[in-house]
Write a protein that binds this ligand. Structure first.
Ligand code: AMP
Ligand code: MG
Length: 402
């Protein structure tokens, strides 16, 4: 087991054990937000044929060199029309956006630049070859503009349809057990006893899992009891692709996740040199990857964002640019000083916004790792390297959270 690792090292260790990828075939209209399992090949050229980018006239460019040229109208090319007239010298064909270019024509005049009379049209503006959308200029048949691991955004869904696909092969969402541990926890909606608090992490973490494209399996809360925890972990390992626990990973006597993983599991690392979120562990329970997240709500969200989310994304075959993700890395100018942490990457909650040409950031609420409101009130995290602080006006790295 490695102790007190950097975030980069923690990721490296976790990435050695990705979740197995399985595929499922979905109708295209149910695939938004899903991750492609295979590359998607275009079944057609796009455009399929030369067509007009404008409503107007298909003409020969040479016939329209001088303003006021009068051309004989030979017919119409509509989007979807089967037969298209030829355009000869001195002739024009009325044409609609998306309609095939008549043979003989090599330029388009916009409708606004023309006046029609009986059977003829006067051209008052330029004839532009650039208004012809050429066959295959966007995509050619056999090209793979969507790759395995890409997330199916609305425009990717549209592209898949453009390429002729009515179904897509996507990554089946990994099922991830989410287990909350602690004697003090009461599910929201139930009466609170003295010194108990509402449990929030299993809800928050499940929501994060969903956002990353997984299926969360929230189990009943576990008391601080090794036996109950063992049972829950066994069940989870038997039915899920990975396990996330919340709480019980610190140094305390009741930190039973750490204890059971030490004694009966297989811990690969414990503690990351970051704040908040220092105590997490990663390892296996009966062969199933397990992330032990800290109980403090901010800590568990932050650790998920910087560790579990990239691991899930990679497991599902994505790269940073095209996969599901929780944050963009940006540079921000701080509008107030920020205190860093000795020996640890410091991720304070910050509010990022555009001001002029700059991204600027500030803080508003109390920064304690128990204050989940701070994650809602802010939209970013500072990335202050270990042993560094920043002054007002300094530019620092940050994560802009989605
Ligand atoms: P632990 O990591 O178990 O020592 O817990 C650290 C802090 O987080 C304590 O204040 C716990 O009460 C709190 N906590 C632990 N688990 C949860 C949870 N599931 N929901 C909300 N708070 C929690
Ligand atoms: Mg606890």
């Amino acid at each position: 087991m490695e102790k007190g690792v950097s975030l980069e090292r923690a990721l490296e260790i976790a990435n050695q054990t990705p979740i197995e990828r399985y595929q499922e075939i979905l109708p295209l209209d149910q695939a938004t937000g899903r991750i492609l399992f295979d590359d998607l090949i275009s079944l057609v050229d796009d455009p399929r044929f030369d067509n007009s980018a404008m409503d107007g006239w298909a003409v020969r460019e040479a016939d329209c060199q001088e303003s006021g040229a009068v051309l004989r109208i030979v017919g119409t090319s509509q989007a979807g029309s089967a037969e298209v007239p030829l355009v000869g010298e001195g002739e024009a064909c009325s044409i609609m956006t998306g309609a095939p270019i008549p043979e003989g024509a090599n330029a388009i005049v916009m409708i606004e630049d023309s006046t029609t009379h009986d059977g003829s049209v006067t051209i008052n503006g330029p004839a532009r070859p650039g208004f012809i959308r050429k066959r295959g200029e966007n995509l050619t048949e056999g090209e793979r503009p969507l790759r395995s691991g890409n997330i199916l955004t609305p425009s990717a869904i549209s592209l898949a349809a453009t390429m002729g696909h009515d179904t897509v092969s996507v990554v089946r969402p990994p099922s991830i057990a989410v287990i909350g541990v602690g004697d003090e926890l009461t599910p929201p909606g139930e009466p609170l006893s003295e010194n108990s608090i509402y449990e929030s992490n299993t809800f928050g973490i499940s929501s994060l899992v969903k956002k990353m494209g997984g299926t969360p399996r929230r189990s009943a809360l576990i008391r601080d009891s090794i036996e109950d925890l063992r049972k829950a972990l066994d069940e989870a390992a038997g039915s899920c692709d990975a396990i996330i626990t919340s709480g019980g990973v610190s140094m305390g006597e009741w930190d039973i996740v750490r204890q059971i993983m030490e004694q009966e599991g297989d811990i690969r690392f414990w503690r990351i040199m970051m704040r908040p979120g220092g105590p997490p562990l990663f390892g296996y329970w009966k062969g199933t990857p397990l992330f032990g997240l800290p109980g403090n709500p901010v800590s568990s969200h932050v650790v998920f964002t910087v560790l579990v989310a990239p691991w899930m994304s990679k497991s599902m075959g994505s790269d940073e640019a095209n996969g599901s993700s929780m944050a963009n890395r940006v540079r921000v100018t701080m509008q107030e000083p920020l205190k860093g942490a000795p020996g640890k990457l410091c991720m304070r909650r910050i509010s990022i916004r555009q001001e002029g040409n700059n991204l600027v950031a500030s803080t508003s609420t109390h920064q304690g790792s128990g204050n989940i409101h701070s994650m809602v009130a802010h939209n970013g995290l500072s990335l202050l390297p270990p042993d560094t602080s920043c002054q007002k006006g300094d530019t620092i790295d940050a994560l802009w959270l989605f």
